[in-house]
Design a protein around this ligand. Structure first.
Ligand code: LMR
Length: 397
């Protein structure tokens, strides 16, 4: 029965992380997987989360099942975070197993109610998006996103592609910190996208894994809130792995804004998708996120910590930009400071990426995506030397 299993090519991000972990070289630098590390190169425990834990939140008592859709207080806290304090109560939020779980629950839910719909994804997008949606039975297509010649969002290409779609097509969007490019639409460009989405009757599915990593918690949710303000139905997958530094806890949520739907039935369909998949969500990480969001002092502390993470990533971008500019003055590394969030899209060739890894122990995803959140004062010099070497022709282009 199992003699002819197909080989798994391994995930381009998680597989690379395994190779990095097995690398014995002491000076290796992980700029692959999207994990925020502090100046000491450690995954931080946020003080706001530590304070909630110290207060007993998430402590192990009797272990009972959460409701299929997650606890009400958690869902209310997430609704306010994503859509603003005045968000309409008819936006249905369910707790999920991180952002990936939200995408999967959303995909299964949509497949049930829109069985013929295809999903259109930006080119490029997170390596796992196509796998999740094709795994749920979707036909996966792409629309232009990144204009390589300018390093900007290809708004004309995207709008032209969306204009041709059938009503009811699902359109995947990154509201901030686009993964992998770090290139986000301006507000004017979002308006152009929403105009065509509304005209064609398309369904936006936002993947928001980095709320607060570009400009701020509310600023980064602007596109989602504008979509809701326009009365456009949409889905939002939220991940709290990065912004709460709770990677292993798998905390996330799926929100659905469906202005004409019966919210009881909508919640029922989401519960059905969850029950069929993993039954109900894990408790401890969500208890921490709920407590931090709901307690004014911890919430303020968390926002300060989020600002500091964002500021450190900005600082690393600025420093690397300056250092590379000094090393290779004839080259333009402006993309480093123009892009948002954890990721920078470098345009490095496969040979350059391989040389970075084999000769310098610097790990970058095969798409050329660099995780700037892995840089710090101790490793940035080595990374700059490595990049300058491969860019100057130390590796074939
Ligand atoms: C990434 O893009 O590196 C992160 O979202 C981690 C992952 O699961 O791929």
């Amino acid at each position: 029965m199992f003699d002819h299993l197909p080989a798994y090519a391994d995930d381009p991000i998680l597989g690379l992380f395994d190779v990095y972990k097995a690398d014995p070289r002491p000076g290796k630098v992980n700029l692959g997987i999207g994990i925020y590390c502090d100046e000491a190169g450690q995954v931080p425990v946020l003080e706001s989360v530590r304070a909630a834990r110290a207060d007993g939140v998430g402590a192990r008592g009797p272990s009972v099942y959460l409701p299929t859709e997650g606890g009400e207080a958690y869902r209310d806290a997430v609704r306010a975070l994503v859509f603003g304090k005045a968000a309409a109560a008819d936006i249905v939020v369910v707790q999920t197993v991180a952002g990936t779980g939200a995408l999967k629950v959303g995909a299964d839910f949509l497949k049930g109610v829109l069985p013929e719909a295809a999903i259109w994804m930006p080119d490029p997008t997170w390596a796992n998006h196509a796998a999740i949606f094709s795994g749920a039975g979707f036909r996966v297509e792409s629309y232009p996103y990144y204009a390589g010649a300018t390093g900007r969002f290809d708004v004309d290409g995207a709008v032209a592609a969306l204009r041709k779609l059938q009503a009811g097509s699902v359109v995947l969007l990154h509201p901030c910190c686009h993964n992998p490019t770090g290139v986000d639409p301006s507000q004017a460009e979002w308006h152009a996208l929403f105009d065509v989405i509304a005209q064609r009757g398309l369904l936006p599915f936002f993947d928001m894994a980095y709320q607060g990593f570009a400009h701020g918690v509310d600023e980064d949710a602007w596109a989602v809130r504008e979509c809701v303000r326009r009365g456009i139905a949409c889905l939002v997958a939220s991940s709290f792995s990065k912004i709460f530094s709770l990677y292993g806890e798998r905390v996330g949520a799926l929100s659905v804004h469906a202005p004409s739907a019966d919210t009881g039935r909508l919640l029922g369909q989401l519960k059905l998708a969850i029950r069929r998949s993993y039954s109900c969500p894990p408790a401890q990480g969500a208890a921490l996120v709920e407590a931090v969001l709901s307690n004014p002092a911890w919430n303020a502390q968390w926002r300060t910590e989020l600002d500091a993470m964002r500021g450190r990533m900005r600082d690393m971008r600025t420093r690397l930009h300056r250092m590379l500019g000094e090393a290779l003055p004839e080259r333009d590394f402006g993309f480093l400071v123009a892009q948002n969030g954890m990721f920078s899209y470098s345009g490095l060739s496969a040979a350059q990426i391989e040389a970075l890894r084999s000769r310098f122990g610097v790990y970058v995803v095969s798409s050329g995506r660099i995780c700037v959140a892995g840089l710090n004062a101790s490793n940035i010099g080595h990374v700059c030397e490595a990049l300058a070497d491969v860019c100057a022709g130390g590796a074939a282009q």
